[in-house]
Design a protein around this ligand. Sequence first.
Ligand code: SAH
Ligand code: SF4
Ligand code: F3S
Length: 478
Amino acid sequence: MKREPIILNHDTDEGLRQKKIIERLRAINDTFEQKHGRKKRMHIATFGCQMNFHDSEKLKGVLEQIGYEECDSEAQADFVVYNTCAVRENAETRVFGRIGHLKSLKEKNPNMVIALCGCMMQQDTVIDKLKKSYPHVNIVFGTHNIYKLAELLETHMETGESVYDIWDSYQDIVEDLPTVRKYTYKSSVNIIFGCNNFCSYCIVPYVRGRERSREPEDIIEEVRALVADGVVEITFLGQNVNSYGKNLQHPMTFAQLLEEVEKIDGLERIRFMTSHPKDLSDELIHVMAKSTKVCKSLHLPFQSGSTRLLEKMNRGYTKDSYLSLVNKIKKAMPDIALTTDIIVGFPGETEEDFMDTMDVVKEVEYDSAFTFIYSKRTGTPAAQYEDQIEEPVVKERFNRLLDEVNSLANKKSREHIGKEYLALFEEENTSRKGYMSGRLDNGHLVHVEGDSSLVGSIRRVKIIDAMTFYLVGEIIHE
Ligand code: SAH
Ligand code: SF4
Ligand code: F3S
């Protein structure tokens, strides 16, 4: 595939400009280190989804180049960053509580710089509240300009003022930012940003902007570089990976992208999330089924089993069409592991609607499910709906759902006993001494007796026991 040059910021090289700023700040931090005998310390707290965690790896990459070293505690840090999530109201309330608490830390250490970014910052109400009541916050930016961190820090250091820089929409996809990966052998890779779906309960399209896909050449180059650096597993990230490539100058489907990436030597596993059921194509099922690298696991949120509510949610599918999609997938890949997201208590949810949700759970038998209590998000259409459900009713349904989800997950888990799989070993198990944790191709967590020499390797294991949330296995020495 021919590689076009990356054009940054139309005719100026934004990436290069940021690198120059990083160098200037690095010189300042080197002086600090000489004077104080230690590097400046950073602490980044990340909330929300994998998208945010991946963004934080980029923020960390920039701060490391500036000369910061990571520390575990906010109290020890010279630079604190909160990368926030807006998807649920109560999580936002907790973040405000933590920002309030930072004030007392800053009183003890007046040189502490506090930065806030991520999805919460894309909301005017949040910005107004911060400006009014949280003057100890120094730098605030949003989801479209994380690559400007160094510049915002420099502006704050030069002026001593709080710097707010929030963009309504993205301008460029700036490639080529430094990144600090949490793991040496696996990595996430963004393929599509934003969301066009406007599910009626969801804030994401408002805080992450419209869909835009990265050029396939840029993605492939990034994967190649990661593989050359020891990565064997990649996870493609997007709010809806199934609409990848539709708006590229030379359109390409997600399935075609997977086929291209599969050709990269040394790459062993390809994962992705999230798949929107309405856009999951036969082509994708076909490519997954025949692939030796694309993992046989699929996160396929259904949110509600009630066709009536699915329409109110603006999801674009019905209970029946979702179930027939699942059947098609299971037929093509009988060993596929399915996971999902479910919302309980959407406005107007009746007992009958809820039983439709339970039906889907029982019929599909998910390997695991993320269950959420509906949260009324200001700014979304559903927040205006009048038939909001009372908390005790929602809680009672939520508990019934959780019991069902867990008992089915336990049943599915036990089906693995006696079978053999390949596991990629990730880290030492913190609760079981002498055990290592790994992931099977189907996404299941497995604990196996062994030592840290296993990290990053793929080994054949036999499953000998199963709990609801993890399996226990033993390595098969071939
Ligand atoms: N793009 C992904 C999901 C992103 S948000 C998708 O479409 O599947 C992750 C999950 O948060 C959603 O799947 C949904 O289950 C949940 N969620 C989003 N908004 C919510 C709200 N207002 N209340 C409760 N859960 C919500
Ligand atoms: Fe939110 Fe729906 Fe977009 Fe997922 S697809 S991010 S749930 S609006
Ligand atoms: Fe939250 Fe933003 Fe992800 S709202 S779920 S961090 S895209």
